[in-house]
Design a protein around this ligand. Sequence first.
Ligand SMILES: *[C@@H]1O[C@H](CO)[C@@H](O)[C@H](O)[C@H]1NC(C)=O
Ligand SMILES: *[C@@H]1O[C@H](CO)[C@@H](O)[C@H](O)[C@H]1NC(C)=O
Ligand SMILES: *[C@@H]1O[C@H](CO)[C@@H](O)[C@H](O)[C@H]1NC(C)=O
Ligand SMILES: *[C@@H]1O[C@H](CO)[C@@H](O)[C@H](O)[C@H]1NC(C)=O
Ligand SMILES: *[C@@H]1O[C@H](CO)[C@@H](O)[C@H](O)[C@H]1NC(C)=O
Length: 361
Amino acid sequence: MATVIMVNSSLLPLLIFFIVLLQLFSSTSAVNSITIENFGAIGDGITDAGPAMLAAWSAACTSLVPVDILVPRKTYFLTSVVLNGPCNNSLITFQMEGSTLLAPDYKDTKLSSDYWIRFNGVQGVSLIGGFLDGKGSDFWKCKASTNTASCLPNTGASSLGFLNSKDILVQKLTSSDSKLFHLVFLSSRNVTLDHVTIKAPGDSPNTDGIHVQGSTQVLIQDTGIMTGDDCISVGPGTQDLQIMRVNCGPGHGISIGSLGKGAIEAGVEGVLVRNSTFSGSTNGDSGVKVSNVTYSNIVGTSATPIAMNFNCSTTVPCEEIILEAINLNLINGQPTSFCHSAKGTVRAGVISPTINFNTCT
Ligand SMILES: *[C@@H]1O[C@H](CO)[C@@H](O)[C@H](O)[C@H]1NC(C)=O
Ligand SMILES: *[C@@H]1O[C@H](CO)[C@@H](O)[C@H](O)[C@H]1NC(C)=O
Ligand SMILES: *[C@@H]1O[C@H](CO)[C@@H](O)[C@H](O)[C@H]1NC(C)=O
Ligand SMILES: *[C@@H]1O[C@H](CO)[C@@H](O)[C@H](O)[C@H]1NC(C)=O
Ligand SMILES: *[C@@H]1O[C@H](CO)[C@@H](O)[C@H](O)[C@H]1NC(C)=O
C-alpha cells in the first residue's frame, strides 16, 4: 500500500511526524507490509511454508491497520493452512505476483481432506497474482487406476476455499492441477474474481473450476477456465451471481443445481451469464429451485449432443430463464437442446440450438 501525499515542503516534516505518531497509536504492531520470509518461509520449493504463512496471517489479522502480506517471487512448498477470521482490520492483501505455491502430495498427512488453503470467516481479503500448483496428477491417476481403494482415505483437497467470508477479491491468480475443485466459495458475500486463470487437463476427474454455494453477490469476470469437470458449478442457496466474459473449455460449462444430498436445499436465484464462450455443454440440471437465470451473448462448441440442457425438477420447476443471442455448435453434427420443467423466454438474437419453453414438460 503506497500512500502518495502531496504537500508544501515546509509542512512535510511535521506531517511525517504525525503519520508516524498515528501509526504508533493505531496499532501495537504498526504493521503495514510484511513478507512471509520474515516469518521463516524459505522459497526453495521444499521447506514447508505453512507455519510462516500462519504466523504472517496472525500478525496481519491482529493488526488494527490494513496489511499487505508479500509472498516473494519464489516457489514455496505449502502444507494445508486454515486462515481464520474475524480480524482487527478488514483489508488484508496477499501480494503474490510471480510467486508459486506448491501443494503436498495427496498422501501427505499434512494435506487436509477438504481444502489445501482455506479462509474461514474473513472480511476484506484480497489475493493478487500468484500461481497455485495443486499437484493433482498422481491423485487423478490413482482414481483412474483399478485399485482406487489405495487412494483412500485421501479424498483429495480443493485448492482454495473461502467459507463464511465477505468482501473478497481474487485477481490475476492462476490455479493449476487441483486435486479436486480449484476455487470454492461457501456461505460468502461480495466476492469478485477478476482475470483468474484455471487450468487442468480435460480428462482430470472432479476438477470443477469455480464452485459457488450458499453465496450472494458473486462476480466472475474476464476469466479463463480449462478443466476436467464443470467450469463453474453453482450449488444451492446462491443468489446474485454474475458471470461476464468467461472462456470455458475444455470443461463442462456451467451447471446449476443440487448437491443431491436429500435434505431440503435452498434455491438458486439470479444468475446472469454474459459474453462468454464455452467448449462444452451449458447445463441446467437441477433439483433445487432455480429462477431468474439469464444467458446472453454465448458462443461455443458443445462436447455432447445436448448443448443446452435445462433439466429441472418436476416438483420445483426452473423459472424466469431468459436467453439472448446464443450460438452453440457441435463438432460433428447438429446440437440439440433439452428442457424439462423449465419456464423461460427467448428474448433477442439467434438462439442455436433452438429451444421451445412452451413445450417443456
Ligand atoms: C485485536 O487487537 C487486540 C489488541 O488491540 C488483541 O488483543 C486481539 O487479539 C486482536 N484480535 C484479533 C482477532 O486479532
Ligand atoms: C465488496 O468488496 C470489495 C473488496 O473486494 C469492497 O471494496 C467493496 O466495498 C465491497 N462492497 C460492498 C457493497 O460491501
Ligand atoms: C435477476 O438477477 C439479477 C442479477 O443476476 C438481478 O439484478 C435482478 O434484480 C434479478 N431479478 C429479479 C426479478 O429477481
Ligand atoms: C457484451 O458484448 C457486447 C457486444 O460485443 C458489448 O456491447 C457489451 O458491452 C458486452 N457486455 C459486457 C458486460 O461485457
Ligand atoms: C434429466 O434428469 C433426470 C433425473 O436426474 C435424468 O434421469 C435424465 O437423464 C436427465 N435428462 C437429460 C436429458 O439430461
